[in-house]
Design a protein. Structure first.
Length: 175
């Protein structure tokens, strides 16, 4: 690899230049060029807005959570202990952990079946960072926190809606 700083020819796979010690670690990381690619890689999550947050205390039952999810027409509830995020309970938790179990939902504490300490993002994180976490973790909802405090929630649908709107806007602007 030829060093972009001093032009020295290094051994392929080197972490830094043997001549000037320039680090090579970020050389193969994709960089945004412009337009939609730049938007996806650099736009902060806070520009998506925050999805409706439905919160429920850790003392609630699964029946309370399901009732609230139906009432608010949402796929998840955030389980809180005061103002701190304790966990998340989603449709998938209901289906995979409880469906067919024969247990009475009003007798099961939400804290027993929620996903404790879920992955979170911060409002300043990029959309690509959130999508990466969602993809790796296999989930559609991700809470937004700031310094440990719950601030919001974004969903895969929120991201898709934002990206579709931007694609349409970019096409109209280019015409």
């Amino acid at each position: 690899m030829i060093c972009p700083r001093c032009g020295y020819e290094n051994i392929r796979g080197s972490d830094r230049c043997d001549n000037c010690l320039e680090p090579f670690r970020d050389r193969d990381v994709p960089q945004p060029v412009a337009g939609f690619q730049q938007l996806l890689m650099e736009e902060p999550i806070k520009s998506l807005g925050s999805h409706l947050q439905v919160r429920i205390p850790t003392s609630a039952s699964v029946a309370d959570a399901v009732r609230l999810m139906k009432e608010k027409r949402t796929g998840c509830v955030l389980v809180v202990d005061g103002s701190s995020l304790a966990g998340i309970f989603t449709e998938r938790d209901l289906l995979l952990k409880l469906a067919g179990s024969g247990k009475k939902l009003d007798q099961i504490p939400i804290s027993e079946v929620m996903t404790a300490e879920p992955e979170t993002v911060e409002g300043a994180d990029s959309i690509r960072f959130a999508l990466h976490k969602m993809s790796i973790g296999g989930f559609r909802h991700i809470p937004i926190t700031s310094k440990g405090k719950l601030e919001g929630l974004i969903t895969a649908k929120d991201v898709l809606r934002f990206l579709a709107r931007e694609l349409i806007y970019n096409r109209q602007s280019a015409a």
